[in-house]
Each structure stands twice: as structure tokens, then as C-alpha cells.
Design a protein around this ligand. Structure first.
Ligand code: AKB
Length: 342
């Protein structure tokens, strides 16, 4: 069997942990992981090589690229929406310039290896921007090309990076005497809010859902920063990992787009609370909306139309709302906090 080498940036994040654990259980994939912060011992053991470094440091990226032949780059490193709003220029550097650096690395790698390197990119529902709640309700499930008018720095960064990916894949240096277009194979999914049983996100605006669950499991009260009727789409982490892997392995001739919506379930914050309290009856959850973060969430869609992903590459989440809580989130999050008490 051919062994593939995969670079994962932002490996210390939630998706990174999930991906690395997945690859560690399979033969045929060598993971080269990098992050700004040193990876924990447990994650390090699951990787072929790990690096502590900055995606804005071109000398570091050059030495990484010289040392390995990558078949695919999973570029996960990013500053999420709330953090990006607090540090917009840093967010732009990391989310846009960082992505540009990785795309350049992918082109260099493709040229050196004489084959297309895959570039797998997690985008976000933050690329959408609905102008008001009435429009959001009426819009319901939205398609990839609708309402792409983001109001956050993060959403703008993600939308622009999607377009950069498309440019590098299709039109890169199109005025050269011999344009080399089509050197990288760029594929992206727009994720909804993600909920993991074993990690907590930092700096996102969809964080109220995982925070509510983790506080309840850890016996801590939680004041939710959005209204009870707030609705955006969410997805259980194992489905997010599956989405990236299935899109990566999809037959290119079947792909009609480079950026796909992927949906799963869309509970209100009130329904999330009911579900959390069913599992943890003593949980104390109150609602104390932060009007500014609420406005960001209100600009994101209630749900996404992912029919194109279903049709082109067979996307189908394994977890609906009930199953995500019953079969994945509640059992694993309970075990996670119990083991930490021992
Ligand atoms: C965030 O809240 O910033 C992220 C996202 C929806 O992409 N979780």
C-alpha cells in the first residue's frame, strides 16, 4: 500500500485533534503536524513528525516543504470569529496571509513532485451574512452562492480564502508564457458550528453550544450569550472529520464545485438547553445575551442547503440532533470529565 504524507496546520485545534486521532488508527497515512503551540505528548505520539511554528514564517514553511513531499495539506490554522473581531489585523494576517503562504507551498510541492497536491480547507457558515432576522427566517436553508455578504472579519477572511484557493487551482499566473494552471486540487467545506465531546473551541461565536454542554458535564452553571430562540446549524465533530476525509477522497470528475455546504442539525439555543438538561438534570443554564455577539449569530443562516455535497460526493451526516447527544456527545463528555476527576 502507498503511504501518503499529509500536512496538518493548526493541529492543536479541535478539528486537528480529531483528524490526527482518525489517521493514527489507519495504515497508509503519515501525519506531519504543525501548530504555533507545542503539541501535547498524546497527540505527538500519533504523528510521524510534529513542528512548532508559525504559518506566517516563510523560512519555517520553506524548510518544512524541503523536508517532506506532501500528498495533501489540511490547512486548519485560523483565528475564529469572536477572536478575529477583537484582533482584526492579526486575524487578517493569520487567516488570509497564512492561507496564501500555504497555497504557495502547495504549488511549489506540486511542481517539485510533478503531481497535483490536494488542499483541503475548512471554511465556515460565517461567509454568509443575512441582513436581519426576518430575512434569516425567510431564507431558511441557504445555498452556497446566496447571501455571501459576511459582516465579520473572520467571515470575510474565509470567503476570500475560498476564492484564493479557486484562483490557485484554476487561474494561477494565467498571464505567464506557459501558464501552469491546475497544479493544486483545492477542495473546501463550509462548516456549521462544531461540537466536540473532548475539546472546547476558543474564540468562536458558535461556542455557546459546546460551552453549554461542557459546563453542564463539569457541573458548572452556564450563562448562554445568545437568546433562547437563536438558531444556527451545528455538527458533531466526528461528522466534520468525515466530511473532510470523504471530500478529500472524492472522485474529482464528480465534483461540480470547489466549495460545498455541509449540514447536519439546526436546534435553537433553547432546544440545546432542553437536551443538555435531559442528560444532566442538575445543569443550571441561563440566557444572558451579549447583543454584539448575538448580532453576528443573527447574521448567520438558520440552516444550509447541502444537496450539492450529497449529490456530488455522497455527503451524509451520521448524527442528527438526538443521535449526536445520545450516542456521542453525552457518553463521551461524561467520561471525559469523570476521568479528569480521578
Ligand atoms: C466560529 O464561531 O467562529 C466558528 C465558525 C462558525 O466557523 N465556530
Amino acid at each position: 500500500m502507498d503511504t501518503k504524507t499529509v500536512l496538518i496546520t493548526g493541529a492543536n485545534g479541535e478539528i486537528g485533534h480529531g483528524l490526527i486521532s482518525h489517521f493514527a488508527e489507519r495504515d497508509g497515512v503519515r501525519v506531519v503536524a504543525m501548530d504555533l503551540n507545542t503539541l501535547d505528548e498524546d497527540t505527538r505520539k500519533k504523528c510521524y513528525k510534529t513542528y512548532t511554528g508559525d504559518i506566517l514564517d516563510n523560512r519555517f514553511l520553506d524548510s518544512l516543504s524541503t523536508g517532506h513531499d506532501f500528498d495533501a495539506i489540511y490547512h486548519l490554522a485560523a483565528l475564529l470569529s469572536t477572536r478575529a473581531e477583537r484582533q482584526p489585523t492579526i486575524a487578517h494576517k493569520v487567516n488570509v496571509d497564512g492561507t496564501l503562504n500555504l497555497l504557495e507551498m502547495a504549488v511549489t510541492q506540486s511542481r517539485l513532485q510533478g503531481k497535483k497536491v490536494k488542499f483541503i480547507y475548512p471554511s465556515s457558515i460565517a461567509v454568509y451574512g443575512l441582513p436581519d432576522l426576518g430575512t434569516k427566517h425567510r431564507a431558511g436553508k441557504i445555498r452556497e452562492d446566496e447571501w455571501t455578504d459576511p459582516r465579520t472579519m473572520y467571515g470575510i477572511n474565509k470567503l476570500y480564502s475560498e476564492r484564493l484557493g479557486r484562483y490557485y487551482a484554476n487561474y494561477y499566473r494565467q498571464l505567464d508564457a506557459q501558464p501552469m494552471g491546475g497544479e493544486i486540487d483545492f477542495r473546501a467545506v463550509r462548516f456549521p458550528g462544531l461540537i466536540s465531546a473532548v475539546t472546547l473551541p476558543t474564540g468562536g461565536t458558535s461556542d455557546f453550544a459546546p460551552e453549554m454542554l461542557h459546563h453542564a458535564a463539569n457541573g458548572e452553571p452556564y450563562a448562554c450569550f445568545v437568546r433562547e430562540d437563536t438558531m444556527i446549524p451545528f455538527m458533531a465533530m466526528p461528522d466534520a472529520i468525515t466530511a473532510l476525509l470523504v471530500l478529500d477522497s472524492a472522485d474529482k470528475s464528480k465534483l461540480t464545485r470547489q466549495v460545498y455546504n455541509v449540514g447536519s442539525f439546526s436546534p435553537t439555543a433553547g432546544e440545546l438547553k432542553a437536551c443538555v438538561r435531559k442528560a444532566f438534570p442538575s445543569a443550571v443554564v441561563s440566557f444572558n445575551p451579549d447583543l454584539k455577539r448575538q448580532a453576528i449569530i443573527d447574521s448567520w443562516p438558520e440552516d444550509v442547503d447541502d444537496s450539492q455535497a450529497r449529490k456530488d460526493w455522497g455527503w451524509k451526516p451520521s448524527f442528527n440532533f438526538e443521535k449526536a447527544f445520545q450516542d456521542y456527545l453525552v457518553p463521551l463528555v461524561s467520561r471525559f470529565y469523570e476521568s479528569r476527576k480521578q
